[in-house]
Design a protein around this ligand. Sequence first.
Ligand code: ADP
Ligand code: MG
Length: 698
Amino acid sequence: MPNILDTAIEFLKGVGPHRAELLRNELGITTYQELLEHYPYRYIDRSTYTSIKDLPYVDNYVQVKGWIDSIKEIGIGRSKKLIARFKDETGSIDLIWFQGGHWIKSQLKISETYQLFGKPKLYGNAWNIPHPELTPFSEVVRHTGFQPLYPSTEKLSAKSLHSRGIEKIINTLLPQLVGKIEEPFSPWIIEEHRLLRKEEAIFKTHQPSSLQEIERGRFRLKFEEMFFLQLELLMRKGKSEKEIRGHVFQTTGDYFNDFYAHHLPFELTNAQKRVIKEIRKDLGSGRHMNRLVQGDVGSGKTLVALLCMLIAGGNGFQSALMAPTEILATQHYENICELLGEMSIGIHLLTGSTKKAARAKIHEDLNNGSCHLLIGTHALLEDPVQFQNLGLVVIDEQHRFGVAQRARMRAKNTVPPHVLIMTATPIPRTLAMTFYGDLDVSVIDELPPGRKPISTIHRYESHRVALLGFMKKEIEKGRQVYVVFPLIKESEKMDFHNLMDGFEAISRYFPLPQFQVSIVHGKLKAEVKEYEMQRFVKGETHIMVATTVIEVGVNVPNASVMVIESAERFGLSQLHQLRGRVGRGAEKSYCILMTGDNISKESKKRMETMVATQDGFEISEVDLQLRGPGDLMGTQQSGALQFKIANLAKDGQIIQLARNTVQELRALDAELVRDDHQKMRQRLLHLLAIKPNWGKIA
Ligand code: ADP
Ligand code: MG
């Protein structure tokens, strides 16, 4: 029997083929079901009237009861508009029509009482209401409840499918669906969370009569939306865990134990210990590990990676550590060699600039198994790089590697090596749950002891002279300074110009031979960049002027000042990453955010957040609120994050609840074979069928 919800929208009374086509093109609505899932984005309380004296303070649609005091048309031709003075006992406000004024004028009656509905706006310094809806009070059908507002478009509005029009057709549809909306959830889920039943939730969401109904209806629908996404993610994860077996690392092994007992330079933080335990458990289980380790800059991810690689080594497996740049790979190599000290572990560095002879030796050692640990860049991905028995791949700073590259590393052994991804870009938990829903996530949420906080200061352009003086003082104390400029594609020419101007100004203020100033940006040849970076690493230059090419991972403990120019143009997570370049040594460090004198409210909020906290997770939460999930994760993935009703930035608790419930469900019945779970299973299959890419987010 065909489901009424699959009926084409054109058959709904009041729609027809022409509007149906518009609905499809403008909103992607083709069936009853999809119209039903076109949820209101906001509601207006129709049961109260606002006094005119309060209007300027309401940033929303309002309902007012009053009368028209006078009407006039002003202007001529196209710029003609109609203005009516509207009054109640508390004051008056102008109503404005930019189009259709003539007709409206003929309809309005002076002194008659109207119910007005509209949104106040400030033009110049006067408040008015453009294009309000006016209904003679005698004709008002008493709206007691809440009126839903629906997303619409200009084209739809022109065909009377503005919010009001959409409300109308939904009101036509709903009565036909009584008793026809299936409940996918088993009774235990409904009871556990005291959910409204689906049909009720849908009706209440479109036609609520109280705030409580709105909340309960929306809660139920959001929960369902998130539930099925989590169900798909966790089912997929379960499936790949069952199908792909991982190497079993039976013991922690001698390398790990020796290192832990004799070479570990400091006590691990509790967070490091916990994460290593989590990884250790994966590695011993026979599961194939796919784990993301999130940890703020400086939280000690390298050490965690090293310990895991030692476990692999102790079990007879080789490891690879891949970094996004040559500098980073080299730093890891040097750092790890130093940590390992006298231990007899075969370790090599392989990058684009490794010479041919050295390369041949590395290939040989990888093949015969005497190289236990290979560190490098993308060069590790190349085909001649063949391992005897690769067991673990660590990818540092994950965002620079694509999924395809990860897959290439995995293919380097018949049984795929375990994968550990380390990222210093914390993302909010709820986002991680959705984005990396099929990865395991570990969090190092603690910095090693003794870190000095970085003083973060927001300064306006007008303080520039003082800034230069401050930089000089720090340099005279022996410190080094970064000065970072924004450079983005959209405004590349001008940005580049600003960068060069800035470089010149700094060079003038810090003249040779007393001062050395370097510059690094994307247009330089790789060797030149490398050379300048190395000079800074070695302390040969005092100031590094750069674009964000230095964002990732470089470690220069003696650099204690980070100046970020035009800081208002950077996103929060980028600012946080940049700040993480300092505060690595024993000296007190500073991050100075330079902005123009006039910045937007949102930019101000970003600066305030940076000044207020150094916690990457806290910052990522604010970032999510300010920018929304699409921007946060990159536009390429934002499509996958378009939900019908849930909002990743606001509904974190619901997402967590949905995930917990799915886990509970899978513990009871992992494959959904129980009778009372069949509806859920069907719903999942249906969702997968209509959206083949749904859930394939990460
Ligand atoms: P990130 O997480 O940014 O990659 P690193 O691994 O580079 O951080 O570690 C930053 C610094 O902290 C390094 O100098 C490292 O030696 C040091 N470190 C790591 N773990 C600890 C610890 N438990 N106690 C003290 N210092 C630590
Ligand atoms: Mg690191």
